[in-house]
Design a protein around this ligand. Structure first.
Ligand code: PRP
Length: 185
């Protein structure tokens, strides 16, 4: 059955096969890094949910999962992004080796905030795994330890990433047609 979202996609940037192969590699690399360290995979909702599900299954070590939901927003008078926690941690992370799992690292505002937050909560170490990295948009000095793919400054959706809460269920990373976001809202 043809995916009814496909008509809104200008081009595919990262195919389903490329994602699958890269996630398998990342899982193995994380496995080597965290063998016997019982990492806590910490997904940043909502965007990370697809990557998180595939990554933890690709990583062959004893691990736990946790989630936090945040949203960042721009205030007209404040140029730096502010991050709000919508759903907080449900467990003590004191002394844990965290692997923060993100779908995309963009301005860096979200991860800069979260790194500080998790350190104040007593994390022993913080490792960042992001499926996509858009370094051209960086505002905060945040780097990821594990990156799936570096992407140009285009409107990417799919594999967890949304536009207006849609397209998260596309199995690949695509670029949205400009008319989709210029005609609505
Ligand atoms: C996206 C993404 C990251 C953040 C990255 O989340 O999932 O959490 O933006 O951007 P930054 O580096 O500029 O902070 P979004 O706020 O779109 O929410 P979502 O995860 O629910 O889609």
């Amino acid at each position: 059955m043809r995916n009814e979202l496909e008509g809104d996609i200008l081009k595919i940037l990262v195919t389903e096969e490329q994602i699958k192969a890269r996630v398998a590699e990342l899982g193995e690399e994380l496995g080597r890094r965290f063998q016997d360290k019982n990492p806590l995979f910490l997904g940043v909702l909502k965007g990370s949910f697809v990557f998180m599900a595939d990554l933890v299954r690709a990583c062959p070590v004893r691990s736990d999962v946790e989630f936090i939901a945040v949203s960042s927003y721009q205030n007209a008078t404040v140029s730096s992004g502010r991050v709000k926690i919508n759903h907080d941690l449900q467990q003590d992370i004191t002394g844990r080796n965290l692997v923060i799992v993100e779908d995309i690292l963009d301005s860096g505002n979200t991860l800069a905030f979260l790194k500080d937050y998790f350190l104040t909560k007593g994390a022993a170490s913080i490792t960042i795994a992001t499926l996509l990295d858009k370094p051209s948009r960086r505002e905060k000095a945040v780097t990821a330890d594990f990156v799936g793919f570096e992407v140009p400054d285009e409107f990417v959706v799919g594999y967890g990433l949304d536009y207006s809460q849609r397209y998260r269920n596309l199995p690949y990373i695509g670029v949205l047609k400009p008319e989709v976001y210029t005609n609505s809202r």
